[in-house]
Design a protein around this ligand. Structure first.
Ligand code: SF4
Ligand code: SF4
Length: 281
């Protein structure tokens, strides 16, 4: 029979008080949401947009591949032949009806992967609430980007600065098959409103920052940093001492608010640096 003796209980009666006292001086990890928000991650999957070319033509050709691949069956597309005198897309057909039910969507991005024309991509917006079902079903008119290539803002959506960054420039790190020779190659073209986004680093070997401009993206999250990203005072014995001093400063009484502000400012700056898209010239 298995030994069922419980592990030694370190948190006895006095241990509980010790834990409470320890936490009194530590920075709070909770935020006053929605007034205070954390910046979004560069590759976060949010609500979709339907992109257009720089001449205003719709990228969607109504092929219905996105609807076919969607595991949640939340996309409904009907294609129609383009009218010869005023075509909506450069193709033979266009998306006549396009709907996404966001009560079902699981943001897996399979629709984005399947789309042959990069018509559908995702923003980073994921904070929206509906008071009725029809609001949750986005129509083509709501999903299409505006003349400036930026997503339309619905009244029930909580957009903050940076949520629409990289919206049309979603990309893979490597080829779909994982072929390393495609690393560092731009694989998505987000022209209207955003310009072309620099390629992300590959997944094999040391990243080529000169070719990819990817370092600012790594800097948005400390755990994405690689040793060569670290300054000299963060490595080896000096690193241990520096981190110890830093920890003492962070856990000093009253440091919580200062820590939040400093971290947000640093993160916002990193997001700005990582925005390698160039707007229309
Ligand atoms: S992200 Fe996934 S679940 Fe949502 S519409 Fe696309 S394929 Fe469907
Ligand atoms: S969004 Fe892309 S995959 Fe879906 S119908 Fe349009 S062109 Fe086809």
């Amino acid at each position: 029979m298995d030994d069922v003796t419980p592990p030694r209980q370190r948190q006895n009666f006095f241990g509980g008080f010790k834990l409470t006292l320890e936490h009194l001086g530590r920075p709070a990890v909770t935020r006053q949401y929605p007034e205070e928000k954390r910046p979004k991650q560069p590759r976060q999957h949010g609500r979709h947009v339907l992109n257009r070319y720089e001449d205003g033509m719709e990228k969607c050709i109504g092929c219905e591949l996105c609807a076919g691949v969607c595991p949640a069956k939340c996309i409904y597309v009907r294609g129609l032949d383009n009218p010869p005198d005023h075509p909506h897309s450069p193709g033979e057909r266009y998306g006549y009806v396009y709907e996404i039910n966001f009560l079902r969507c699981i943001h897996c991005d399979l629709c984005v992967e399947a789309c042959p024309t990069e018509a559908i991509t995702e923003s980073k917006l994921m904070e929206f609430s509906f008071t009725n079902r029809s609001d949750a079903i986005y129509t083509k008119e709501q999903l299409l980007v505006g003349d400036d290539g930026r997503p339309q803002h619905m009244p029930w959506e909580d957009w903050r600065p940076g949520d629409d960054l990289h919206t049309s420039g979603w990309m893979r790190a490597t080829a779909p098959a994982g072929n390393a020779s495609f690393e560092g190659e731009v694989q998505w073209s987000g022209e209207l409103g955003y310009g072309q986004r620099a390629p992300e680093a590959g997944q094999s070997g040391p990243p080529n920052d000169a070719a990819t401009g990817n370092k600012p993206l790594r800097q948005t999250l400390e755990r994405h940093l690689i040793p060569s990203d670290m300054p000299a005072n963060q490595r080896g014995v000096r690193g241990i001492v520096t981190r110890g001093l830093e920890k003492a400063r962070r856990f000093a009484p009253g440091a919580s608010r200062r820590n939040h502000t400093a971290r947000d400012e640093a993160y916002d700056q990193a997001i700005k640096d990582a925005d390698t898209e160039q707007g229309p010239s």
